[in-house]
Design a protein around this ligand. Structure first.
Ligand code: NAP
Length: 342
């Protein structure tokens, strides 16, 4: 079973292979019986990570029934929702229905919460066959149970926002927090966001502005997104290019920026992001479709002196920042609301 510190990480729930942490495990034990330091959540809705949902949709040619069956199969096999191709998960909302006497999370039975740890490490059992979901949206109405370990994080959902909106915001709240942190720490003035009209992209633009950046460029793929982003007022300049085409990105961006934030949900954005970034600048790879080797070898091959950061989903204060940006910035709302289905 391991010691208290190991239990806190959820090691006791790993079925295989032995010795890894839950995120790296092939299979977790989703037994709904709570341990003394665990919390059980009655699941209401999953939010699949955007890169994972795109991969599943594309792999099944947009067939919702097949996507639903694939998600059910993954959860049944792995005891957690972790896309085997992207490795990513998402997060969930639900109601706390059991709290072990030694849980340090400060949650009470009846609290409505969002988990702020990835589904890729959360023991999950589904009981409804996902019958309320058509397989065509990232948000998945669901019933079942999920387990939080002692070393976990969950946020009580705010009363003033629809649950679906909170879920979408909290899923990507690491992006605006990382953006704000880099702007504050490096004094970055110019920022480029790839995938700027999406959820994490729009929040990152708003966070960059609030943190003091002044020249904000949003890169989007389509004219329709360009029009929506322009109307939102979040960017000083909107450019249209395919983020997976590095030369097109470089041409569209022009003068490289102090900071580039990668918020697309497609593979292959690493080289364009590096070309969009000035020497001495920073790239935040928030996208779960990022390849470490493509980023590292690409930067080396271009002799690009850029600092590359993995977009950690956790930064202190990240949830409050994202909720606050949504509440206070109409431009953020205008881009996120159409993407959120109730
Ligand atoms: P989203 O709302 O779907 O936004 C993604 C945006 O990228 C969309 O506007 C999309 O356009 C655009 N896009 C896709 N392919 C593109 C291309 N080739 N060129 C230009 N734009 C393109 O997604 P999100 O929820 O913000 O998530 C974005 C990324 O963050 C995903 O990869 C997700 O896995 C990752 N993520 C990371 C963490 C973490 O902890 N690091 C947590 C959550 C999510 P269309 O709408 O036209 O397709």
């Amino acid at each position: 079973m391991g010691g208290t510190a190991e239990r806190a990480l959820g090691v006791h729930r790993v079925l295989e292979p032995a010795g890894v942490l839950p995120q790296a495990a092939l299979r977790l034990d989703p037994d709904p019986t709570v341990g003394p330091d665990e919390v059980r959540i009655a699941v209401q809705r999953l939010n699949l990570d955007a890169a994972s949902f795109r991969q599943l949709s594309e792999a099944h040619g947009g067939d919702g029934e097949a996507v639903r069956a694939a998600v059910l199969g993954i959860v049944e096999t792995r005891g957690k929702m972790q896309n085997p191709v992207t490795g990513s998960g998402g997060m969930l909302i639900g109601v706390v229905d059991a709290v072990g006497p030694e849980s340090p999370l400060g949650l009470s039975v009846g609290d409505k919460v969002a988990t702020l740890v990835s589904l890729s490490l959360t023991p999950l059992r589904l009981t409804d066959g996902l019958t309320g979901w058509d397989g065509r949206s990232e948000q998945v109405p669901a019933q079942g149970t999920a387990i939080l370990f002692a070393r976990s994080i969950a946020a009580v959902l705010p009363d003033d926002l629809p649950d679906a909106v909170s879920l979408a915001l909290l899923d990507v709240c690491g992006a605006p927090a990382a953006t704000a942190r880099v702007v504050e720490r490096t004094g970055a003035r110019s920022v480029v966001v790839l995938g700027a009209a999406g959820k994490s992209g729009s929040l990152s633009l708003a966070a960059a502005r609030t943190a003091g950046a002044r020249h904000l460029t949003g890169l989007v793929r389509t004219e329709a997104e360009a029009a929506a982003l322009t109307a939102s007022g979040l960017a000083d300049r909107v450019v249209v290019a395919d983020a997976t085409d590095p030369l097109a990105v470089a041409a569209a961006v022009g003068t490289p920026a102090d900071l580039t934030v990668v918020c697309v949900d497609a593979r292959g954005a690493e080289h364009g992001a590096i070309l969009a970034t000035a020497d001495g600048g920073t790239v935040v790879f928030f996208s779960m479709a990022t390849s470490f080797s493509a980023a590292a070898l690409g930067a080396e091959g271009m002799a690009a002196d850029v600092t590359m950061l993995v977009g950690n989903g956790y930064t202190p204060g990240h949830a409050a920042l994202a909720l606050d940006l949504y509440r206070t910035q109409p431009g953020v709302r205008s881009l996120i609301d159409p993407r959120v289905t109730e």
